[in-house]
Ligand binder design. Structure first.
Ligand SMILES: Nc1ncnc2c1ncn2[C@@H]1O[C@H](COP(=O)(O)OP(=O)(O)OP(=O)(O)O)[C@@H](O)[C@H]1O
Length: 663
């Protein structure tokens, strides 16, 4: 992820690393620069080749596009010839001097010839417009199809990439990179496929005709096109650098903006709206400063080109006029040349534009291929097992895990644990002990760094992730609801569930009552992220959603920790319904919820330090007992406050006994 701070500060020019001694240093640095430029070129060529692969599925349509674009590119090269014929005809009829002049032709015949030529020119113009229109339509068809293919591939990749990829980058950054990357790739393909060839055709045809008409004038015309081409080539590297800088800045800006909107409650609670707004605008202005530098460069380039071409035109007029005065050139030929010079500039610019677009696309291509090539660290094996049924026996065998980019100790350190199918296990431990990481490992959102996790004796890495997750259910502290109706949210994991099953799940999750109280019942919109509901209601919907899915294993990651006592009681009842007949792993801070567990596992520093039935652990007086005493002393609720601690002790043991934990 690119931190926002990086986007905000002025980026210093990149130093070229050179470890060679001082005297030959300059030479070595130059050699390294050349080496680096060569590497950049190689990677650009590789990326361009790869981009062209996106064209191959559309070969047939492309051929049509090419034919049409070649026609629309070739026809304009003939137009100056028609101009020449018309002018020669006029000058001949009017007795203007030059090689084409002579005695004035009879008026009617000349008028007819002129009319024919004019009609031919009109036909040429109309034909060109039709070819251009058809070409544009065909090109857009292909562009849209390629765009769809790219979106298909990119979104599939983004879905497949592991959780860690998305955690390391912000949504804003990923979206900006994908958007800019696809735009660059499309521009690059469009300019290579649809502009390069017509421009080349025009150049070759017109240069051929010009050389035949007058080699001297052809040289003058070409002479004034070369300098802008060279100038453009020299500035392209700077344009690419600007492009990279601008992309980095926009990624940072949208990353922060996305965070601000997601955390708008916190922003408002701390009254930071104005600061965030000012920060955003400041960053936008800085990014626009970069854009402006790029535009300045492009404007200079474009003005330089125009000056060159216009001077070329004037020079051509001077030299051509002289040739006409000497009787070595017809007026029509001079007019045709002037047309070619104007026309030559466009395709020459297109050729340069293709080069520029390709060079600037380097940044976008790297962005999109960076997403497409990102390692899917958690992938299905070639012959992934998709079991029909999962009982829910879990086994963690010497499991260790450390986050890839986090230096330091393993977050999970040699954990071994066996959980029987149908068992209710509560996992407790201090903050940062690794409880949620353990849940993520069970869902195979990460793979263990060492050791193995098995379900029904099968290593998770051998299973299809889809098959595994269909049989696993998770309810988190902050469940995510889509901005849709209650019914659509409940059906998210089980789109084919019957209405009866839907209602039964809502009932079992103690959600039916509040849903039916809503004016639109199951059709009520929950708002973005479920804002229209209370925390307890969201949680019960999440439990109902998981119940409807009917998983064999349920993971509850602190589902009651952010709820008030009333909601907690309702959610606890829902949890009881959910855990019936399923392997249940409850990660809990509120220790009251652990008393009904068959077993409590205490984790500290990524290791299991204690495990057993809750009542037995309470009697033993170890880590669980210490946590329970601490929790009871600090729990703010009146029922569990310090003043009632003594009275609660037997109640806790009683509850543990009621669940069968105490003999
Ligand atoms: N994506 C991540 N990258 C790097 N380190 C992480 C990541 N997620 C968690 N950690 C670190 O791993 C450790 C365990 O985190 P975890 O969330 O599993 O703890 P926990 O026991 O669930 O804590 P809590 O009860 O506060 O939710 C912590 O030190 C945390 O900082």
């Amino acid at each position: 992820m690119i931190p926002f701070e990086r986007a905000e500060k002025t980026v210093a020019p990149r130093a070229i690393p050179c470890s060679y001694p001082a005297a030959p240093g300059a030479f070595s640095c130059a050699a390294m620069r050349r080496e680096r430029a060569l590497a950049v070129k190689r990677s650009l060529i590789r990326d361009l080749r790869r981009s062209l692969n996106y064209l191959s599925p559309h070969r047939a349509r492309l051929s049509v596009c090419l034919a049409l674009t070649l026609v629309s590119g070739g026809l304009p090269a003939l137009e100056p010839l028609a101009h020449r014929a018309i002018f020669d005809q006029i000058s001949a009829s009017a007795g203007v001097f030059g090689p084409g002049s002579g005695p004035a032709a009879p008026g009617e015949q000349s008028a007819r010839a002129l009319a024919c030529l004019t009609l031919a020119l009109c036909a040429l113009v109309v034909l060109r417009q039709i070819a251009e229109g058809l070409a544009a339509l065909a090109v857009w068809r292909v562009r849209l199809r390629i765009n769809r293919d790219l979106l298909d591939e990119t979104t599939a990749r983004l879905h497949a990439l592991p959780l860690s990829y998305h955690q390391e980058r912000g949504v804003g950054e990923t979206m900006t990179r994908v958007d800019r990357g696809i735009t660059s790739l499309m521009d690059c393909l469009a300019s290579v496929a649809f502009q390069l060839f017509p421009a080349l055709v025009y150049l070759v045809v017109s240069l051929g005709i010009m050389l035949r008409l007058s080699p001297l004038l052809a040289l003058v015309a070409v002479g004034f096109i070369v300098p802008p081409l060279l100038f453009g080539r020299a500035t392209t590297a700077r344009l690419v650098e600007r492009e990279r800088e601008v992309l980095d800045r926009w990624c940072g800006i949208y990353n922060r903006f996305q965070q601000v909107l997601s955390g708008i409650k916190t922003v408002k609670a701390f009254a930071r709206e104005a600061d965030e707004h000012a920060r955003f605008i400041r960053s936008v202005e800085e990014a626009q400063g970069e854009v402006l530098k790029s535009i300045r460069l492009q404007t200079r380039l474009s003005a330089g080109r125009s000056v060159c071409v216009n001077i070329g035109r004037v020079a051509l007029l001077g030299v051509g006029g002289l040739l006409v005065l000497r009787g070595e050139l017809g007026v029509g030929t001079l007019v045709a040349f002037l047309g070619y010079v104007g026309g030559l500039y466009g395709p020459a610019q297109t050729l340069l534009g293709v080069y520029e677009t390709a060079r600037r696309a380097e940044v976008g291509l790297a962005a999109i291929f960076g997403v497409l090539d990102a390692e899917v660290a958690v992938a299905d094996p070639e012959r992934a097992v998709s079991p029909e049924h999962i009982r829910g026996d879990l086994e963690l065998d010497q499991v260790s895990f450390r986050y890839q980019h986090a230096a330091g100790r393993a977050v999970i350190d040699g954990v071994s644990l066996s959980i029987r199918a149908g068992e209710f296990v509560a996992v407790v431990g201090p903050s940062g002990a690794g409880k949620s990481t353990l849940a993520d490992l069970l869902l195979r959102l990460h793979d263990p760094t060492s050791g193995a996790i098995r379900i029904d004796g099968l290593d998770l890495r051998a299973l299809s992730q889809r098959a595994l997750r269909r049989r696993l259910g998770i309810v988190t502290q902050e469940p995510f609801l889509f901005e849709d109706t209650i019914e659509a949210n409940l059906r998210y994991g089980s789109p084919d569930a019957t209405s009866e099953a839907l209602r039964a799940a809502a009932r079992a999750a103690c959600a039916e009552e509040f849903i039916e109280r809503l004016p639109l019942g199951y059709q009520t919109l929950v708002g973005r992220g479920g804002v229209a509901l209370s925390g307890g209601e969201r949680q019960r919907l999440a439990i109902a959603r998981t119940l409807l899915k009917d998983p064999s294993v349920v993971i509850l990651d602190e589902p009651t920790s952010s709820l008030d006592i009333e909601s907690e009681t309702a959610v606890q009842r829902a949890i009881e319904g959910l855990s019936q007949g399923r392997t249940t792993l409850l990660i809990a801070h509120r220790l009251s919820t652990t008393l009904r567990a068959d077993r409590v596992v205490v984790i500290e520093g990524g290791r299991v330090v204690e495990q057993g039935p809750p009542a037995a652990l309470l009697r033993r007086g170890g880590a669980y007992r210490r946590m329970m005493d601490l929790w009871r002393a600090h729990e703010p609720s009146g029922a569990r406050g310090p003043g009632r601690a003594g009275a609660l002790e037997p109640a806790l043991l009683e509850a543990a006994a009621a669940s069968g934990a105490v003999a």
